[in-house]
Design a protein around this ligand. Sequence first.
Ligand code: LMR
Length: 333
Amino acid sequence: MNKFFTNTLILSLFSMLLFRTENLEAVDGDIIKIRFSHVVAENTPKGQGALLFKKLAEERLAGKVEIEILPDSVRFTDEQVLLGLLFGDVEIAAPSLAKFRRFSKSIQIFDLPFLFDDLEQVHQFQTGAIGKSLLDSMLSRGIKGLNYWDNGMRVISANRQLKAPADLANLLFRIEPSAVIETQYRSLGANTFVLPFNRVYDALKLGLVDGQENSWSNIASRKFYQVQSHLVETNHSFQGYMVVTSVHFWESLPPEIRDTLKQILDEVSLEVNRSSVEKQRDSRELVLKAMGKDRVYNLNNDERAAWRSAMQPIWEKFRSEIGDEVIDAAVGR
Ligand code: LMR
């Protein structure tokens, strides 16, 4: 190889390297990376919502944002993710509303049993002034609520038939970390065990707990029906989510990017809430088929009234923690 050729080769390799480094720096410097963590499967309303958010954000803010979805508790359980947001390990999460007690006592309103009969009543509350204000109830703790997302109403599964509230006595239920849910089971003579969502299937399978409560889509996607013999359709409380970020991260975003992300989240919320209705229906059908209809108990009106009156005293127990204004707004809607 002659000298001229060697020098040219070295020079062009050097300039290619320089060009690459400059480009990488530009990419690293300009693209805002957003990690969105959640604990459920991708074929659930929340899993699909997170994917749609990624698609729309990367289309409309191409070259400006990059979204990484961390589904299925791969990086954080719900118990860890709120601290993760505050320490900058993750930018967006969508824990169930039962998981915010350490940050806002008022959000416990959503766990009160038999307060909301259906999703329509939940939406009426969420879109009213008090419901909206709960999105800001954790600002002083560094967490900002962006949107509410639906999952569905909770039903109860166990390894024994449950028809009446008294049937729960002495059973051990896996629950989310909610004082309201704990009180709900204790007031019926049952015991509770707080476990992260990614441990529920194994806990049921191993017989570590006797039962659990969840939405149809979680019971179907996690196959809880394979490790439970019975289910009762109580629809006693709302299992939904709050999409949250840290105040620090949100305020550090350039205003036009922040506004576009919020607009996308608003659109995604509508889609999540629309599709979750179908998802619950399909999941319910799948579970009924797999378990057999006779193992899924459907309460008649009198039985439902008995469950309601067994659990309703809990509203008053939590009135002072949740706040009169919030309870009255939810009851009055
Ligand atoms: C649970 O822990 O049972 C649920 O909150 C999981 C989820 O995110 O739906």
